[in-house]
Design a binder for this molecule. Structure first.
Ligand code: ZN
Length: 332
C-alpha cells in the first residue's frame, strides 16, 4: 500500500481515537471525507482501514461498519477471516460480523450464523445460506430526494442496475379511507406484464393508520379499503404528495438479506419480494377469516415522502386467492 494511503489510514484512526467530545462531529466528518476520497480506488484501502480500526479498538462506529458494504468480494472474504480470528481472540467485533454475515453468509460456519441476531428470524430456513429472490426499487437519480445526508446516497443498494420501464412511487391514490376521509397515499402500481413474478396491483394505503389495514383489489388491481379499519385519533396527516420515479432491479446475492437495525438509514430498503427487513420482528398477517398466512409482497422505508409511525417501515402482504393486501407498519 502506498504511503499517502497509509497516512490517510493513520489519520482516520487518529481522528476516531480522539475522545474529546466537543470536536467529535468535526472529526467524524473529516474521517468521512477521507473515506469518501478512497471509495473509488477499489476496496484495498477500506479493508486496511477496517483492520486498523479494529486493532486500535475504534471500530464500533457506523462509519467503519458501513465501509464493509464497499469491499469487493475478495476483500470481504479476507475481512470475514480477519473478524473470525479477532472474535476468537476475544475482541468485540459483533457489529462488523453482523454486516459481513448478512452480505456473505457462505463465508461463515453454521455456529457463527446461529449466534447472529439477524439470522434468528431465518433459522427456520432449511438452508441459511440461500435466501429467496428479491428485487429493489431504484430511484431515479440514485436515492430519494429527501435522503438526509449526501454520504447516505453512496450505498450500493441505491445504484443497482435496473431492468424494465419507469414506475411512479408516491402521490395521491384513487380511493378514500372510510375512517379519516383522506385520500389514500399511492405507494406503487405494479405491472405484471413487466414483472412476471408480481401481481398487477395498485398499492394504496392510509398514511394515518398505525394498525394493520386490509384492502381488497378488483380485477384491474384497484384497491378498496376493507376492515379492520384504523382508529380515528384525530391526528390526520396530509398524504404524501411527493412523486418519484423508480425502476426495478434484480437484487444481487450480497443484498438479499438486509437488516433494518444495521442498515443505518444508508441502505435502500425499498424492496419487492424476498425477506422482509423487520423493525420489530416477524409479523405475518392472516387472511381475514382464515388461518392462511399472507405472502410478503413489498416494503417501503420512511423516505421519498413516506413516514411510517415514528419513522419505521411499511410492509405489504398479498393473498392471491382473496385478492387482499394487508399493510403493516413497524417502527422503533
Ligand atoms: Zn385513514
Amino acid at each position: 500500500m502506498s504511503n499517502p494511503r497509509l497516512q490517510d489510514i493513520q489519520t482516520a484512526v487518529r481522528l476516531l481515537t480522539d475522545l474529546s467530545r466537543s470536536t467529535f462531529q468535526g472529526r467524524y466528518a473529516d474521517c468521512e471525507a477521507i473515506i469518501a476520497q478512497h471509495l473509488k480506488d477499489g476496496s484495498a484501502f477500506l479493508l486496511e482501514l477496517i483492520k486498523a480500526a479494529v486493532e486500535a479498538g475504534v471500530h464500533q462506529v457506523t462509519l467503519i461498519e458501513d465501509a464493509v458494504s464497499f469491499l469487493d468480494d475478495a476483500d470481504l472474504a479476507r475481512l470475514a477471516f480477519f473478524l473470525q480470528s479477532a472474535a476468537s481472540r476475544g475482541t468485540d467485533v459483533e457489529d462488523l460480523l453482523s454486516h459481513a454475515l448478512l452480505q456473505a453468509p457462505e463465508l461463515f460456519p453454521d455456529a457463527a450464523l446461529a449466534t447472529s441476531y439477524d439470522f434468528a428470524d431465518w433459522q427456520q430456513h432449511t438452508d441459511l445460506r440461500s435466501a429467496p429472490a428479491c428485487k429493489h426499487f431504484i430511484f431515479e437519480g440514485g436515492s430519494p430526494s429527501d435522503s438526509p445526508f449526501p454520504t447516505h446516497r453512496n450505498h450500493p443498494t441505491w445504484h443497482l442496475p435496473t431492468t424494465g420501464g419507469p414506475l411512479a412511487v408516491g402521490g395521491r391514490g384513487s380511493a378514500t379511507c372510510p375512517v379519516c376521509r383522506q385520500k389514500l397515499t399511492h405507494l406503487v402500481t405494479l405491472d405484471s406484464s413487466e414483472e412476471k413474478s408480481v401481481p398487477g396491483l395498485s398499492i394504496e394505503t392510509c398514511a394515518n393508520s398505525l394498525e394493520p389495514t386490509y384492502y381488497s383489489h378488483d380485477a384491474e388491481g384497484r384497491p378498496t379499503p376493507i376492515g379492520p379499519f384504523h382508529s380515528d385519533d384525530g391526528s390526520a396527516i396530509e398524504p404524501a404528495s411527493l412523486v418519484s420515479t423508480v425502476r426495478v432491479a434484480a437484487t444481487p446475492p450480497r443484498w438479499l438479506r438486509q437488516s433494518y437495525g444495521i442498515s443505518n438509514s444508508r441502505q435502500n430498503l425499498f424492496r419487492l419480494g424476498g425477506l422482509p427487513s423487520w423493525v420489530q420482528g416477524p409479523q405475518f398477517p392472516l387472511v381475514p377469516g382464515t388461518d392462511r398466512e399472507m405472502k410478503f409482497l413489498l416494503q417501503f422505508d420512511s423516505l421519498a415522502g413516506f413516514f411510517w409511525g415514528s419513522g419505521g417501515m411499511l410492509y405489504v402482504f398479498w393473498d392471491e386467492e382473496s385478492r387482499i393486501t394487508c399493510h403493516v407498519s413497524q417502527w422503533t
